[in-house]
Design a protein around this ligand. Structure first.
Ligand SMILES: *Cc1c(COP(=O)(O)O)cnc(C)c1O
Length: 481
């Protein structure tokens, strides 16, 4: 890969670099040295290391606001907020200060043996305030994957306390993403992950996803299709027997699966079915939580009430690792009043992570960042994308709300015909983005955007212009105009 081979026909908008942004990071080595050492000693997640090492990784050395800089001093706009997580943007001193103060005061203490500490107490109280009313209790871990492992433990313990020991099966969805531990990977519906697992967690089954563009047949409207996909849950419950089903888990919108937004009929029907058969409803809010859709939590955007919510990513804006599970009062009560809950991580409620999460949530609240996404930058971003790509020869659909979007690449948008080699087309487009100094992710034939929530309109214009350049260049390379 050579990042400089493509001539980028894109004119940089006049943005004043901030003082912090133009300050040089202390870079110790040349790009070539970094790449050689990285190739020699570092195994990357979800990567083909042979080809990555031959091409060389891009070395990211510093960041500010919505921008990253690489070791060759290229300025890159981050359309993905890191990995869907840097909600307050890069370089927020409030978070660095919170970590520094907490490390000096109490860098670590556990919460296992009748002890607690101020940061985890304050964080829990603030989460209870920010989350919808019935969510007043939180369990902490270090990642979204551990959050979903924790969900399985809570679901199991909950039904045990209700004397319903046969309720064991958890229903999830194909092309859902719930992390990469064994339980998270089993819950997820990514076939390529399942293939490499030594074994899977028992009692997890999958139904189809509500992916209209890719999977709807005939003349179904998006609403009819979403309803039919939700009703697969009912069929699956009847097949297994409601007495054997413990929970349904889903991302309110699928993130890693391609920013797939179900039509408005989907979640109310899922909720109706879960209530009817007495099945816990779990919303994996790892991406949707903390403002992404313009609501604090994505289940509020879709208008349903889960029993458990999984949190991570935006909880700390990615500055330090932390995950959590929020328990609805009726689940919390059962867990609290029924003896030991035999689960915990050394770093459950880690004081430094909790202090950073607390500072992060205060920024989101006090700077009204979530409200801004809902009323201003989110609608602007969505409209700009839809206006820019209306009738584009290879854009089939644009999904999303707030500051998250999925752009479907398609051979024939009007006929909903996808490319036969969609993954390759996505990769071509992603490489054009990379060359144009835009981070936009490709999942198969869908291009994904999820920028920091503090992005302003000029920066949104820059992302959309760069995305347009990359998608136009992709069409051109394919000979489509
Ligand atoms: C990222 C993600 C996870 C896993 O979180 P990790 O911190 O990577 O373990 C789980 N669920 C969803 C919806 C995610 O997007």
């Amino acid at each position: 890969m050579n990042y400089r081979t493509e001539e980028v026909a894109y004119v940089q908008p006049a943005i004043q670099p901030s003082a912090a942004a133009s300050a040089q990071a202390t870079q110790q080595r040349s790009t070539a040295e970094y790449r050689a050492l990285d190739a020699a000693h570092h195994i990357h997640p979800f990567s083909d290391m042979g080809s990555l090492n031959r091409a060389g990784s891009r070395v990211i050395v510093k960041a500010h606001g919505v921008y990253l800089w690489d070791s060759d001093d290229n300025k890159i706009i981050d359309g993905m907020a890191g990995l869907w997580c840097v909600n307050v943007g890069y370089g927020r001193k409030e978070l660095a200060d919170a970590a520094y103060r907490q490390m000096q005061e109490l860098p670590f203490y556990n919460t296992f043996f009748k002890t607690t500490h101020p940061p985890v107490i304050e964080l829990s109280a603030l989460l209870a305030e920010l989350a919808p009313e019935p969510f007043n209790h939180f369990f902490y871990c270090n990642s979204g994957s551990e959050g979903n492992d924790t969900v399985l433990r809570i679901v199991h313990q909950y039904w045990a306390t209700q004397g319903k020991h046969s309720k064991k099966v958890v229903i999830s969805r194909k092309n859902g993403y719930h992390g990469s531990t064994i339980a998270g990977g089993t819950l997820g519906g990514m076939g390529y992950m399942h293939e490499q697992m030594p074994s899977k967690v028992e009692n997890i089954v999958h139904i189809d996803q509500p992916y209209f563009f890719g999977e709807a047949e005939g003349n179904l409207t998006p609403e009819e299709f979403a309803l039919a996909r939700a009703q697969q849950l009912e069929a699956k419950i009847l097949e297994i027997g409601a007495d054997n089903v413990a929970a349904f888990i889903g991302e309110p919108f699928q993130g890693a699966g391609g920013v797939i937004f179900p039509a408005s009929t989907y979640w109310p029907e899922i909720q109706r079915i879960c209530r009817k058969y007495d099945i816990l409803l779990v919303a994996d809010e790892v991406i949707g939580g903390f403002g992404r859709t313009g609501e604090w939590f994505a289940h509020q955007h879709f208008g349903f009430e889960p029993d458990l919510i999984t949190l991570a990513k935006g909880l700390t804006s990615g500055y330090v690792p932390m995950g959590a599970v929020g328990l609805h009062d009726r689940v919390a009560k059962a867990i609290i009043e029924n003896g030991d809950f035999n689960h915990g991580l050394t770093y459950s409620g880690h004081p430094v992570a909790a202090a950073v999460a607390l500072a992060n949530l205060k920024l989101l609240r006090d700077e009204k960042i979530v409200e801004l996404v809902k009323t201003d930058t989110g609608p602007y971003f969505q409209k700009k994308l839809r206006d820019t790509f209306a009738n584009h020869p290879i854009i089939g659909e644009i999904s999303g709300a707030g500051l998250v979007a999925g752009l479907q690449l398609a051979e024939d948008p009007k006929a909903r015909k996808r490319f036969a080699n969609g993954g390759e087309v996505g990769t071509i487009c992603r490489d054009f983005c990379f060359n144009g100094n835009l981070i936009m992710r490709a999942t198969g034939d869908r291009m994904l955007l999820s920028p920091p929530l503090v992005i302003n309109k000029l920066e949104i214009d820059e992302i959309v212009a760069k995305a347009k350049y990359a998608i136009d260049a992709t069409a051109q390379q394919l000979g489509i105009s």
